[in-house]
Design a protein around this ligand. Structure first.
Ligand SMILES: [Zn+2]
Length: 449
């Protein structure tokens, strides 16, 4: 989905796929219980290979250095500033619409064009989305096209990029035309309790998006074809059966249309289980690395992260609406006259709702990232246990460093990372390796020191 959508609805729309993959768990399992059993059983074997997880991690991280490391750090750290720029841009657009009285004038213009309340709301919303889309286009162009090309992450020419952006803009337009009138209907019906209804509406919408995304939306951007029969496909399906994932095919998605990022996915909601991986993963990674990635993705599926994340992001949305309700009343009491915004049920206040939602989700970034990141950590551990290829897992993590900083500080990781950093993930893999070092399949992977 496009990054141009800093409007209120798009913000929530955008958090859906990200949050829909993760869960929060206070006690991430560091070492699988089986490790202890195996250690005890095999303690009599004295020829234990020497293995230091910290040294092994350092050696892996040292493989990405010089210009590659600098570029990866610069790309990711630039993203921190862009979050601030995005927020400032959205607040500026909302501020101009309110302080210059433009929002009030659009409302009056819409009122003059129709008798029906629903039609007037629709006319306002349509005008609002067009204005905001145009005003955000320079930022969308920079973030989505020029910056991605500058860092060598995009494969798209301008026409193809514009076409994808057009599709996601159209989808946002339609979603906004449906959701905002429903939201204002809730405001009129439920009065002070509107924010609970509003939150419920967005949560239901997120579930709907999670269900229809793989079937109706993803194919608008990419083609899916079955992975031809191969030893790798047999291994993937065997891994799926071993983890009780009811899939009988593996799909390949042509991500290389857009970028050279690697990814895979095991999706399934309401009975449509699907294992997919992208062509970049196939081209850039070894079979062991591909299995390591799919082990992680199967972890998300088996641990039910989609559902739990919908619940957790639902809680965040309820908090967001409570904040918006409070912030709206506070601001309109002071400035409503100057903005020509008459109250909560006045559609001319929409830019204020959007500004407050943007501010909330900006401030909640460490929380939403931590919700996602903790689930990603669980999926990492699941994948290591299921696939038992810690070194392949580590080398894939290095490949992800093209767009994710490898070694952030502790707080940087907590605030800005929606996945564990490369260092954390390689270290997890190496700790797993040490704790399984006596197992025959792992012992043979340790070179004599
Ligand atoms: Zn994941």
């Amino acid at each position: 989905m496009s990054r141009l959508l800093l409007t209120f609805l798009a913000l929530i729309f955008l958090t859906a796929p990200a949050l829909a993959q993760d869960q929060l768990n206070g006690l991430p399992p560091r070492a699988a219980p089986t490790a202890h059993v195996q250690v005890q059983q095999l303690a009599i074997v004295d020829a234990t290979p020497k293995f230091d997880p910290a040294l092994a991690t350092k050696a892996y991280l040292g493989r990405v250095n010089g210009a590659a490391r600098a570029r990866s750090d610069a790309y990711f750290e630039g993203g921190y500033w862009l979050m601030l720029v995005d927020l400032g841009w959205t607040l500026a657009i909302s501020g101009l619409l309110l302080w210059l009285g433009i929002s009030g004038r659009i409302r009056d213009w819409a009122d003059a064009r129709s008798e029906g309340r629903a039609a007037r709301t629709l006319i306002y919303v349509a005008a609002y989305v067009v204005i905001v889309t145009v005003a955000q286009f320079p930022l969308t162009l920079y973030e989505g096209y020029f910056r991605e090309h500058h860092y060598g992450l995009s494969n798209q020419d301008f026409t193809a990029w514009l076409s994808d952006t057009g599709i996601s803009t159209a989808l946002t337009f339609v979603a906004t035309l449906i959701l905002v009138p429903l939201l204002y209907a809730a405001i009129r019906r439920a009065k002070e309790n509107w924010w609970l209804w509003g939150a419920g509406l967005i949560i239901v919408f997120q579930v709907l998006v999670a269900v229809i995304y793989p079937i109706f939306i993803a194919p608008l951007f990419n083609h899916y074809t079955p992975l031809p029969d191969s030893p790798l496909k047999t291994q993937i399906l065997s891994l799926a059966r071993a983890n009780d994932i009811p899939a009988d095919n593996v799909w390949v998605m042509d991500e290389s249309r857009q970028s050279n990022r690697i990814s895979a996915n095991v999706s399934g909601f309401l009975g449509t289980t699907r294992i997919s991986l992208n062509d970049n993963l196939l081209k850039q990674c070894t079979p062991d690395e591909i299995l390591a990635v799919l082990g992680h993705e199967m972890g998300h599926y088996v641990m039910g992260h989609v559902l739990r994340d919908l619940l957790l992001s639902g809680l965040l949305i309820v908090l967001a609406f409570a904040f918006i309700h409070w912030g709206f009343l506070f601001a309109v009491e002071r400035f409503g006259g100057q903005w020509q915004v008459r109250g909560m049920n006045d559609i001319a206040g929409l830019p204020l709702l959007v500004a407050l939602a943007s501010l909330f989700f900006f401030l909640a970034t460490p929380l939403s990232n931590s919700i996602t990141r903790t689930a990603e950590h669980q999926a990492d551990i699941f994948g290591l246990d299921a696939v038992r290829k810690p070194d392949a897992f580590a080398t894939v993590m290095l490949k992800l460093s093209t767009y994710r900083k490898l070694e952030p500080s502790k707080w940087e990781e907590i605030i800005f990372f929606d996945h564990p950093s490369g260092r954390t993930r390689v270290m997890d893999a190496m700790i797993w390796k040490k704790e399984h070092i006596r197992d025959v399949d792992i012992r043979d992977t340790v070179s004599p020191q």
